[in-house]
Design a protein around this ligand. Structure first.
Ligand SMILES: *Cc1c(COP(=O)(O)O)cnc(C)c1O
Length: 433
């Protein structure tokens, strides 16, 4: 069967992002300042983040937020991304379900993360910043922000968890190719890093240490802003370009999804593909199911508790009302580094609480089996994170086979796995359980 791909012409690339908070029947509870326990404000958030991102973070009223022309122009370098009818996967599964995927792996850095990095870098530049800083684990977010910073003429400083910096050199190289300064964390370049290294000279680093260093750099450096790649509302807002495109492309295909699936780390690609479709559930026109696929090693939605918790290990971020495993939860060292996050963000958490979202957890082995099946059938090696969405899709397609239903399933392929081949090596060698 021929693979069928749908693209949008340039003028049909969305000109606005969709702000789901405007339509949520129950709004998320406020984020609280960790020091005062008062709700955060645009002023307090914009100490660290760009002011426009701070405004977007708290905007519960405007449904459509215009994509700046400069950002939309950069989107056209790789957007629209293809919507693909996965005939090969359907055939491999022997299913009557119609399976589609949105391929975000075609971005210059190989994942959806660039959709928000471009927006955040643009706002920083437009507001007069010269530098931007962030933390990264496996390196996908760092790579996206490094490229976006180059595009808009900012200097990027990325703190990468030391163990990843040493064990996963290729994304570090990607960041360096784009001109970012990459520092393994903990480092001697910040007070926070020095304190950690004084206490624990051999510290291997964690997202917590890297966040502490990036936040300190942003606070201490004039003209330097901080950017985050997931969890926050403004990040997911930027990712809605995925679902808005997919909605138009599904229309071209003459279908509408019964089920939408995304893998779930902090929720940005899941929200990005889901929220534009969910607005038709809110209005009562549709009854689509939305399934977040999380790793069994880090199951905040299926096994976490809904409570106020920090967004980071170090306790620097606002307190967020969300499903969480606790900010000091240490997930085992699974290959899907982008899914090793303890909390679910405020919007998805509220939607989950109110029954608009479902979640499943997937064991690592099942995710790689799904990824290899998909690769053989469709010719794309998926990121270990994306494999979780594929596994959840396969589960739903197999259910259709049992019931004889012909459901339409749409999942987001959040990234490719070509820089994650050591993970596949280990799976193929039988070392992933
Ligand atoms: C970072 C990442 C994720 C997880 O982050 P979300 O914010 O939950 O989308 C998933 N897939 C890929 C390829 C990633 O880089």
């Amino acid at each position: 069967m021929k693979q069928k791909r749908y693209f949008l012409s340039e003028q049909d690339i969305p000109s606005c992002w969709y702000n789901v908070m405007a339509d949520m029947p129950v709004k998320p509870q406020p984020m609280l300042d960790p020091a005062t326990r008062e709700p955060v404000t645009v002023e307090s958030l914009s100490v660290l983040f760009s002011e426009e991102c701070a405004r977007q973070e708290l905007n519960m009223t405007e449904r459509w937020i215009e994509i700046p022309q400069e950002v939309r122009e950069k989107y056209t370098y790789y957007r629209s991304t293809p919507l693909v009818r996965a005939y090969g996967l359907e055939e491999a599964l022997g299913t009557k379900a119609r399976i589609y995927f949105k391929n975000e792996s075609v971005s210059p850095i190989g994942s959806h993360k660039l959709n928000s990095a471009l927006a955040q870098a643009y706002y920083c530049k437009a507001e007069g910043a010269t530098n931007v800083t962030t933390e990264t684990g496996a390196g996908q977010w760092g790579a996206a922000l490094s490229y976006a910073s180059k595009v808009f003429g900012l200097e990027a400083a990325v703190y990468q968890v030391k163990v990843s910096y040493e064990q996963k050199p290729y994304r570090r190289s990607v960041m360096q190719v784009f001109g970012a300064v990459v520092t393994p964390s903990p480092s001697m370049s910040t007070r926070a890093g020095k304190d950690i290294l004084t206490r624990t000279p051999n510290h291997q680093g964690s997202l917590g240490t890297a966040i502490s260093e990036a936040v300190e750099l942003a606070r201490m450096t004039p003209g330097c802003k901080y950017a985050l790649g997931s969890v926050m509302n403004h990040v997911t807002l930027h990712q809605t370009v995925i679902g808005l495109e997919a909605e138009k492309q599904m229309e071209m295909a003459g279908d509408y999804p019964d089920i939408v699936i995304g893998c779930f780390g902090g929720g940005s690609n899941f929200g990005g593909i889901s929220f534009p479709f969910m607005r038709h559930n809110f209005s009562g026109e549709r009854n689509t199911r939305f399934i977040a696929a999380e790793p069994a090693a880090c199951p905040k939605l299926t096994k976490g508790r809904f409570e106020y918790d920090f967004g980071d290990e170090a306790g620097y971020t606002p307190l967020l009302p969300m499903f969480t495993l606790g900010h000091d939860f240490q997930p085992s060292n699974i290959h899907a580094g982008g899914l090793r996050y303890h909390g679910a963000g405020t919007v998805v958490s509220q939607l989950m609480k109110d029954g608009w979202v479902e979640a499943v957890d997937i064991e690592q082995k099942e995710s790689f089996e799904a990824g290899c099946l998909f690769a053989k059938a469709e010719g794309i090696i998926p990121a270990p994170e994306s494999c979780h969405a594929i596994a959840a899709t396969i589960r739903e397609a197999m259910k259709c086979n049992e019931t004889g239903e012909e459901k339409v399933i749409l999942f987001n392929l959040s990234g490719h796995g070509l820089i994650d081949m050591t993970a596949y090596d280990q799976f193929l060698a039988g070392n992933v359980h």
